[in-house]
Design a protein around this ligand. Structure first.
Ligand code: COA
Length: 357
């Protein structure tokens, strides 16, 4: 990845030199990270009371044992993000929310259809005027957001970018037989990272690559409400369950196990790092079997890969920051560690990044 200066007319609390001019920086890095999951644990046996499924089926196919759901109505993705942000700020050694210069919020389950959850979060953090951008790239949302945050920090546009991945899935899945293939997979949760200038020239994001292919858009999608339909949502559509996510699981599985290794190899090559140099691999958590295959294809031992899907299920845009935050706190990585992150999801979208913490 060749560092380049981003020319921008954006105003804000950017990285400014002595004379007030925008100052580009050599590399961005993760200055701090945090996570949060709601307290309500929902086990596979709990789901088996609502639909024809079993703990054995779910564990065997996905590795999931339980997931978290919001405790009651009225808790949105931006609410789950709040405690994760506090944790990330503290980890980054930043005094307060006021040190945040811009927000990037990745989610497929925004608090409301519009405005974006970044605006709700900015208000809850007491940050009037701070720009907030929502990213709608599903399971790859955190990596798409990281790429934006990196460009802003390196270009001197903003110094500290708050990058959030947060989801409330439990209110949008069909907890019944018809929706069981999707419903058992997803959980609620949040992760947050502070992206800022790397202080050590050896540190920071080395390579990031993003992709999309809309030919698979309908393999994992939520059809309605839709601006393409008049009206956007009808009772008939609801009776048919078009307001719940639909998935072609086998296709998604096939693509994920091909694209995650492919894009991971590409970032490793660009960063001139071999898979053997990776200290921690943080793959998106969609299915334990997917990640086992990805590790095998990359030659990365599973012991170096984050695997928390058994506790949380798939939390979409939150899986990578949630996984990295837990792993950092467990001592599985530290400053100077080489971290590989990779994701695949609805869109299709996919990507990977290599970072020296
Ligand atoms: N409990 C019990 N049975 C279920 C079930 C559930 N929750 N969901 C589906 N089934 C049934 C199917 O109806 C099917 O029954 P049939 O054989 O009578 O038709 C059977 O189990 C097998 O279904 P199938 O879809 O072939 O299973 P699979 O081995 O492909 O596993 C997934 C299903 C969803 C676990 C798997 O395809 C997968 O993980 N795909 C990737 C999904 C993903 O990662 N999504 C998020 C991307 S970010």
């Amino acid at each position: 990845m060749t560092p380049r200066v981003v020319h921008s007319s954006l105003h804000g609390r950017a990285c400014r030199g002595k004379k007030g001019a925008m100052k580009s920086v050599a590399a961005s890095t993760i200055l701090g990270i945090g996570h949060y999951v709601p307290s309500k644990v929902v086990t596979n046996d709990d789901l088996a009371k609502l639909m024809s499924t079993s703990d054995e089926w779910i564990q065997q196919r996905t590795g999931i044992k339980e997931r978290r759901y919001i405790e009651h109505s009225g808790i949105g993705a931006s609410d789950l993000a709040l405690p994760a942000v506090k944790m990330a700020l503290e980890h980054a050694g930043l005094a307060s929310e006021k040190d945040v210069d811009a927000i990037v919020f990745a989610t497929l389950s925004p608090d409301h259809n519009f405005p974006g959850s970044g605006c709700f979060l900015g208000h809850k953090l007491g940050l009037p005027g701070v720009p907030a951008l929502d990213v709608r790239n599903q399971c790859s949302g955190f990596l798409y957001g990281l790429s934006i945050a990196d460009a802003w920090v390196r270009g001197g546009v903003y110094r500290h970018v708050l990058l959030v991945g947060a989801e409330v899935h439990s209110t949008g899945i069909e907890l019944a037989d018809r929706g069981r293939d999707v419903a058992v997979l997803f959980g609620d949760g949040a992760g947050a990272a502070i992206i800022g200038p790397a202080t050590d020239p050896d540190q920071g994001l080395r390579s990031i690559k993003l992709h999309a292919d809309g030919s698979g858009a309908k393999d994992l999608w939520l059809e309605a409400p839709a601006s393409a339909y008049v009206p956007r949502l009808t009772k008939e559509m609801m009776d048919e369950g078009k307001h719940f996510p639909a998935m072609n699981g086998k296709q998604v599985f096939r693509w994920a196990t091909e694209k995650m290794p492919e894009v991971s190899r590409a970032v490793l090559e660009e960063a001139k790092i071999s898979a053997g140099d990776i200290d921690l691999f943080v793959p998106h958590q969609a299915n334990l079997r997917i990640n086992q295959l990805v590790c095998q294809k990359l030659g990365i031992p599973e012991s170096k890969a984050v695997a928390n899907i058994e506790k949380y299920g798939n939390t979409t845009a939150a899986t990578i920051p949630l996984g990295l935050s837990e792993a950092w706190r467990e001592g599985r990585c530290r400053r100077g560690s080489n971290v590989l992150m990779a994701a695949f999801g609805s869109g299709y979208t996919w990507g990977a990044a290599v970072l020296k913490l």
